[in-house]
Design a binder for this molecule. Sequence first.
Ligand SMILES: Cc1cc2nc3c(=O)[nH]c(=O)nc-3n(C[C@H](O)[C@H](O)[C@H](O)COP(=O)(O)O)c2cc1C
Length: 379
Amino acid sequence: MNYRDAINIEDLRRIARRRLPRFVFTYVDSGAEDEITLRGNREAFAKLQFRPRTLVDVSTRDLSTQILGRHSALPIVVGPTGLNGLSWRDGDMELARAASRAGVPFAMSTVSMSLVEDIAREAPGRLWLQAYVFSERRITDALLRRALDAGFEGLMLTSDFPVAGKRESDWRTGLLPKQQFTLATKLDMLMHPRWLATVATHRPRFVNVERELGPGHDVNNFVGHGMFDPSFRWDDLKRFRDLWPRKLMLKGLLRADDAQRAVAAGVDGLVLSNHGGRQLDGAISGIEALPEVARAVGGSVSILIDGGVRRGSDIAKAIAQGAEGVLLGRAPVYGLAAGGAAGVTRAIEILADEFDRTLALTGCRNVAELTADLIATRA
Ligand SMILES: Cc1cc2nc3c(=O)[nH]c(=O)nc-3n(C[C@H](O)[C@H](O)[C@H](O)COP(=O)(O)O)c2cc1C
């Protein structure tokens, strides 16, 4: 199957699984420990049901919305994912281009493999930098300065990574903790000649971090292990508020009291997230945390959620419960692995089409009409 023939996100996932060496697909697809949270993200959406309105004239519909006070063609953000250069040559750039064409924001990961400056030049649009807070603060500060100079609109600080989650599947392939690939992984790479020729020969690297580390550091061993600061705390958030004059978001919270603290620290947006089930196994989902957080801080700050969004109806459920929109993690990356930027565009098209149908079928003409009374929760 070709990405053009994919009729849903699961089709793109299947194509990605076929095209990628197992260690890359595993990195994208898997979660921490027993993957209870990974599965829980999908189950949380399945528990929410619609109470549709009927006999509404839905002949014209508008999918656009405001995210952080600015127009977005769809209520989605292409969220930050690391190591995209392993899924497709210049993967971060391809994702950014597709987001730019779709008219939605793109959040670039700290552990991206395309330069901040190149992305800003070649994929103009709403660009956000996702930042992990490095123990060596100068690295984070330098990345922030470069993103500011390049015209990035937003900074998204990730708060759910004081230590790396236990991603056992990545340990088995040898990608983690220190890129010591097993023989089976090496043989599997050889079984993917197209990937070897297009991706591996290009030697994808953590170019942004590498530039700040300087010579003498092996960035591949540096990234992911003890590099992020486990002492990052609320006082530091205030420091970042002072450093970053544009839109500031905090990603990775799941509680109303944390949301209130973030608002008090002056953030503009919250991303309710469990990191796609890749960090704390057993954590609740963004969509589950949403009602409590929306009650506590709704209206004073933008709320986005992520985790398990695979259908347009998931987007509608999030908005109905008080989110401005959703971040997509794996869905666009499956598209990327299936067909580069065109595959990402296909993923966004699929979700937009499903979201449009959901609007019509729930009796809504636009995002504002997606209200909480449309949702029932199955026990
Ligand atoms: C392959 C992969 C890499 C990720 N890398 C990052 C990252 O570098 N920074 C970050 O804040 N979140 C990262 N995440 C988490 C995503 O931003 C997002 O929270 C999560 O994927 C949402 O769940 P979903 O994949 O089910 O949509 C990553 C997720 C995946 C799947």
